[in-house]
Design a protein around this ligand. Structure first.
Ligand SMILES: [Zn+2]
Length: 88
């Protein structure tokens, strides 16, 4: 019993992990996303960008001002895609 681990999914509108309470995507969530989207890094980037937009909307919905650079770093900054060099 209790064989299935609880997934690391975001709890809105705070966007904290339902499992470990870290800001989503937490480390385990990032690992799960990379595994789920393996070979589809563009799709993963679109998914995370859409999630970031929803998080921004939620922050506005709470009557707060989102910290856009921090949200970008949190949702997209850990992607290898977003870390590529500016010129080659
Ligand atoms: Zn988590």
């Amino acid at each position: 019993m209790n064989a299935r681990p609880r997934p690391h999914l975001p709890m809105r509108p705070a966007w904290l992990c339902r499992n470990c309470a870290a800001p989503w995507p937490c480390g385990p969530a990032q690992l799960a996303l990379v595994t789920e989207f393996y070979g589809h890094s563009i799709a993963l980037a679109f998914y995370l960008a859409a999630s970031m937009q929803e998080a921004i909307d939620d922050v506005y919905g709470l009557g707060l001002r989102p910290d856009l650079p921090a949200l970008h770093a949190r949702f997209l900054g850990w992607l290898p895609l977003a870390r590529r060099p500016h010129r080659r």
